[in-house]
Design a protein around this ligand. Structure first.
Ligand SMILES: NC(=O)CC[C@H](N)C(=O)O
Length: 205
C-alpha cells in the first residue's frame, strides 16, 4: 500500500461527502462505496451516521451485507459513527427486529440511548490517543452499554442534561482496527479522529 491508503465511505445514507473530505485531509485517498466490487478494493471503510435500520435494509438491497460482514470478519479496518457504530456492534438494544449487525466490535449498544429528553447535544470529551478535548456533536446517539474485554474505551460522556447525569456513558471505542464513535466527527472541522482511523488503516496494512 502507498502511504496514502484507499479508504471507502459507505454511501447508503448520511454525511458521505463530509467523511470523504475529512479522510482526504487526514492523508487518505477516499472513495464512496456502493457496490461489492468497490468494497473489495478498499483498505478500510467508514460507516457514516444515518438510521441504522434503514442502512441495514439498504445494505441488503445493494447486496453488500454479506460481503461487508465477510470483509470485517477478515480484519478490514472500519470506523463507524453513530448509526455506523450501531451496525458494527455485536448486539443492539432498542433496535428493530429486522436490524442487522455487521459485527467487528464486541459491544452491546443502546440505540437512541440519550433518549427522548435530548435529541441532540454537544460536549467536549477527553479522547484516548488525542491530546486536547474533542468537541463532539451527538444526534439521536447510541451509547455502548457493555464492552467486551478486548475493547478499549476511548471516551465517555456524563452530565448530559436530562439524562441520568451521574453515570459516565461510553461513546467511543476501539477494538483492533475497528473504531466507533457515538458522535459525528465529520460534522466539525476537527480532523483528529479521522487521522486516528487513517493511522489504524496504515498499521493494519
Ligand atoms: N445520527 C445517527 O446516526 C442516529 C442513529 C439513529 N438513531 C439510529 O438508530 O440508527
Amino acid at each position: 500500500m502507498s502511504s496514502e491508503p484507499l479508504i471507502g465511505v459507505l454511501a447508503m445514507q448520511g454525511a458521505v461527502r463530509e467523511h470523504v473530505a475529512m479522510l482526504a485531509e487526514a492523508g487518505a485517498r477516499a472513495v464512496p462505496v456502493r457496490r461489492a466490487a468497490e468494497l473489495s478494493e478498499v483498505d478500510g471503510l467508514v460507516l457514516p451516521g444515518g438510521e441504522s435500520t434503514t442502512m441495514s435494509r439498504l445494505l441488503e438491497s445493494f447486496e453488500l451485507l454479506e460481503p461487508l460482514r465477510a470483509r470485517i470478519a477478515d480484519g478490514l479496518p472500519a470506523f463507524g459513527s453513530c448509526a455506523g457504530m450501531i451496525l458494527l456492534a455485536r448486539q443492539t438494544l432498542d433496535g428493530r427486529p429486522d436490524q442487522q449487525q455487521l459485527g467487528g466490535l464486541d459491544v452491546v449498544v443502546r440505540r437512541n440511548a440519550f433518549g427522548r429528553q435530548v435529541d441532540s447535544f454537544e460536549a467536549d470529551l477527553d479522547f484516548g490517543g488525542i491530546d486536547d478535548a474533542v468537541h463532539a456533536v451527538f444526534i439521536r446517539a447510541p451509547w455502548v452499554e457493555k464492552a467486551g474485554d478486548g475493547v478499549e474505551v476511548l471516551a465517555t460522556v456524563s452530565g448530559v442534561p436530562g439524562v441520568d447525569t451521574g453515570t459516565a456513558r461510553i461513546v467511543a471505542v476501539r477494538q483492533g482496527a475497528v473504531l466507533a464513535t457515538a458522535f459525528h466527527p465529520e460534522l466539525t472541522p476537527d480532523v483528529r479522529v479521522h487521522r486516528l482511523f487513517v493511522d489504524l488503516v496504515r498499521k493494519a496494512a
